[in-house]
Design a protein around this ligand. Structure first.
Ligand code: HEM
Length: 293
């Protein structure tokens, strides 16, 4: 006999397994009045009471949960990315590789998450749009920090955060060398000739392609056995950028499917703005070298 099988067929009235006293279940702890529970540990009260639809529309919950879960995954990505940057600076590559692989998988997951949002139809979105005001993912400070830590620096975009508590954090992120800046310093420390201009480049400016960096990566790709760790790093960076490109692409195609060519709530032209962002290349030499190889 299956001892877990509910006597009535209803899970709410499941019989306790033989030997369990009434109100007990497989020896599981039931009383958390004096102990930390699952919900306590995870702060579920805060998280699960942070959804406040403003419209009467059923579909607004999807819109809110999709954004909130994306922000949670971005939080984890930033946690990993900041650690990657520190490990690269310390010439400690194995943990950096592990974290870069995790970041790429998180991005893959966010790419697939667009499938859920794509179930929202234009009339469903139109019903909630008036309630969104001027709020937009454009104001996501975590997203901006991710762009900055990957080297897509743009000081003008700080203005939207100027009056928020996150402003100092973003300012610091703008002026801190990116993961890619650290990878290039690593190339130099490994004896590959990198121009002084690149090594001393202002970290608050967007990444500019540099001939000496391309030559260095070419040397790495030309002799992987000798430069295995750098070769692996390069491919992990390419993985990460590729996953990020997919995210941008799915964002713009989902947005087009839902709002067409209407302007964004954040004030940009919408899809045409997002399409321009598809042209951003985070690690230019790593992609350019593929043509040269
Ligand atoms: C129906 C759903 C969505 C629509 C219609 C939409 C639309 C847009 C539009 C039009 C923009 C350009 C800025 C603006 O004028 O508002 C934008 C930017 C942005 N959205 Fe979405 N979006 C949606 C869902 C999401 C989700 C789920 C996320 C996840 C966090 C997200 C994150 C972002 C980010 C980070 C930007 C800034 C991109 C950049 O500056 O490169 N969006 N969105």
């Amino acid at each position: 006999m299956n001892e877990n099988k509910p006597a009535s067929g209803c899970p709410m009235h499941a019989a306790a397994p033989a030997g369990d006293a009434a109100g007990q279940w497989h020896g599981a702890q039931m009383d958390f009045s004096n102990a930390m529970s699952y919900g306590d540990y995870l702060g579920l009260n805060q998280i699960l009471h942070a959804q406040h639809p403003l419209s009467p529309n059923h579909n607004e919950m999807l819109f809110i949960v999709q954004h909130q879960t994306s922000e949670l995954w971005m939080k984890l990505m930033l946690h990993e990315m900041r650690a990657v940057r520190a490990h690269l600076r310390a010439d400690d590559l194995p943990p950096a590789f592990k974290m870069l692989a995790r970041v790429a998988r998180i991005m893959d997951q966010l790419v697939h998450a667009w499938d859920v949002l794509a179930t929202m139809t234009p009339p469903e979105y139109t019903a909630i749009r008036p309630y969104l005001g001027a709020s937009s993912g454009f104001q996501s400070y975590q997203y901006r920090e991710i762009e900055f830590i990957l080297g897509n620096k743009n000081a003008a975009l700080l203005n939207v955060h100027a009056t928020t508590p996150e402003f100092p954090l973003l300012q610091e992120a703008l002026h801190t060398p990116s993961i890619y800046d650290e990878a290039i310093q690593l190339l130099a420390r490994n004896g590959l000739p990198i121009s002084e201009a690149r090594l001393n480049a202002d970290p608050s400016l967007p990444t500019q392609a540099d001939e000496s960096v391309q030559q260095a990566w070419l040397q790495v790709y030309g002799d992987p056995t000798r430069y295995w760790a750098l070769y692996e790093l390069a491919e992990k960076l390419v993985d990460m950028e590729t996953a990020f490109r997919f995210w941008r692409f799915r964002h713009v195609t989902t947005v087009e499917r839902i709002i067409g060519f209407k302007t964004g709530t954040g004030g940009t032209a919408g899809v045409s703005y997002l399409r321009k962002m598809l042209d951003v290349v985070l690690f230019p030499e790593l992609f350019a070298l593929r043509t040269a190889l």
